[in-house]
Design a protein around this ligand. Structure first.
Ligand code: ADP
Ligand code: ASP
Ligand code: MG
Length: 412
């Protein structure tokens, strides 16, 4: 074990700061690291459930709430926990102070509700640490060019932590959560999920982007770009040298598995535009209005009928479903569709692994496994290291477990 002083960021998620006892436990864990001689900066989420409640308040008043006011409301959970954590540290005799996004400053663009980080000033945080004071940063929030509070999108405290780690040139960014690392799939769904000691940035990026919410997708992209060493570990399990999982460069992984993990996303809605005259330009006629309405389209399949008609089926995020429908209906004269059907009782299941680049037959294992269970595949999409299928939501657990076994991922 290295004895040289190390600068670390410790990020605690919602369940880790869910009540005062847990905040006391967080403070004790921070003190432990500090007692080892490390310089520590802390990043905290809101107490579990608080952000959901705030989002609910905003949408109950107005489903299309002003995004700047939404940010002012939902960022409040992290303001509370940063202050409470600083108080808990002081109670243990550890000098500490809270930092809100605007005080650092933690600058973002003006995309309120899902703002992107532009620049994080490290100087004030470093000066604070130099004085022996532990900075406790409110995650999830920043300040936009309009000088108003911004938030980074749900799960954004992970990205705050990585950005702080990059700004203060930390040796490590430890993400403390309610599971003991990154598993081959969500350990809450599959009991036989196996903990991964190491996972490549690219694989974690892909897994996060298709639903593995253990890390926010942007946090992984940022860590990869800024070369931040990320470790995911439990706030609740005792710490050992084997604790947690490391996200690392691909060449730091000795034994590459064909498939690294399986993820699911219930945040999908399927839209089928049916009986459209099949002619050049029809895909543009459908998808251009969606782009203009800022709707992200994910999976796409076109099925051509024999009567000169075609059907276009695609998926969008559940939150975008109403906006997508309105955009298509506004263009009904141009698209000339027969009807539009929607279905939000669907789930996207994805299998991810860098080994897929060089091995064939990975997709057929997926299709055969689902077929054996009588599960119908509605839409398929692939990338270099991923295969995704859309199926009925009721089969989510069955499909994830069956695929986990089929790809040889089950723990002994
Ligand atoms: P936090 O509040 O600490 O940020 P999250 O709820 O955002 O925690 O993320 C942790 C959760 O991610 C776990 O409780 C687990 O259910 C889920 N999860 C999904 N996929 C995975 C995976 N592959 N490995 C570990 N956890 C996963
Ligand atoms: N509190 C925010 C959320 O619930 C940010 C986070 O937890 O990472 O999305
Ligand atoms: Mg999270």
């Amino acid at each position: 074990m290295s004895t040289s002083p190390t600068r670390i960021v410790m990020k605690f998620g919602g369940t880790s700061v869910a009540d005062l006892d847990r905040i006391r436990a967080v403070a004790a864990r921070v003190k432990e690291e500090r007692d080892k001689g490390h310089q520590v900066a802390v990043v905290v989420s809101a107490m579990a459930g608080v952000t959901n409640r705030m989002v609910g308040y905003c949408h109950a008043l107005d489903p299309m709430a002003d995004a700047r006011e939404y940010d002012a409301v939902v960022a409040s959970g992290e303001q509370v926990t940063s202050g409470l954590t600083a108080i808990a540290l002081q109670a243990l005799g550890v000098p500490a102070r809270s930092w809100q996004g605007w005080q650092i400053p933690f600058r973002t663009d003006d995309a309120h509700g899902k703002a992107r980080i532009e620049d994080v000033e490290g100087a004030a945080l470093l000066a604070c640490m130099e004085q022996g004071v532990v900075p406790v940063v409110a995650g999830f929030q920043g300040v936009a060019p309009d000088q108003r509070i911004s938030t980074l999108g749900r799960g954004g405290s992970d990205t705050s932590a990585v950005a702080v780690a990059a700004a203060i040139k930390a040796d490590r960014c430890d993400i403390y959560t309610d599971v003991d690392g990154i598993y081959t799939t969500d350990p809450r769904i599959v009991k036989k999920a196996r903990k991964l000691e190491r996972i490549a940035f690219e694989e974690m990026l892909e897994l996060a982007s298709v639903g593995a919410k253990v890390l926010q997708t942007r946090s992984v992209g940022l860590a990869m770009k800024e070369k931040v060493r990320v470790r995911v570990l439990s706030s609740f399990a005792p710490m050992t040298e084997q604790s947690g999982s490391l996200v690392v460069d691909e060449d730091e992984i000795m034994e590459k598995e064909l498939v690294t993990g399986i993820a699911y996303s219930l945040d999908e809605a399927k839209i089928s535009v049916r009986r459209i005259p099949d002619r050049p330009g029809i895909a543009a006629a459908i998808f251009s209005p969606l782009t203009a309405a800022r709707v992200n389209v994910d999976m796409i399949v076109q099925s051509v009928g024999s009567d000169g008609m075609t059907n276009m089926t695609f998926t969008v995020g559940k939150a975008d479903q109403a906006r997508a429908l309105a955009a298509l209906e506004a263009e009904s004269d141009v698209i000339q569709y027969g009807e539009i059907q929607t279905d939000s009782d669907v789930v996207k299941i994805s299998v991810v692994g860098i080994g897929m680049r060089s091995h064939s037959g990975m997709a057929s294992t997926m299709f055969e496994t689902l077929a054996e269970r009588g599960i119908n595949v509605q839409v398929i999409s692939t990338s270099e290291i991923k295969i995704s299928v859309l199926i009925a939501a009721e089969y989510m657990e069955l499909a994830v477990r069956a695929l986990h076994t089929a790809y040889g991922l089950d723990a002994d």
